[in-house]
Design a protein around this ligand. Sequence first.
Ligand SMILES: [Zn+2]
Length: 80
Amino acid sequence: MKATGVCPKCGSDSIARVPGHQDETSIIVDWGGYFTSAPVARYVCCACGYVESYIESPEDLKRIRRKFKLYTPQKETKTP
Ligand SMILES: [Zn+2]
């Protein structure tokens, strides 16, 4: 949606960008100091209401990478 400007759910091109702020929606990446959370920008489809969320600052992405473990999906193990 961010890249295409088109909603992947309903195909509408009526997309609103809601900028991220240092508020309760941002992701905490550090304790203390000033910029301790990463704002989350949201893209809202004004036709169906679908929402996508993005961290937009590369620096914030680096901080999240440092603070959180990378996610590895659990592989299904087949039991005999
Ligand atoms: Zn939509």
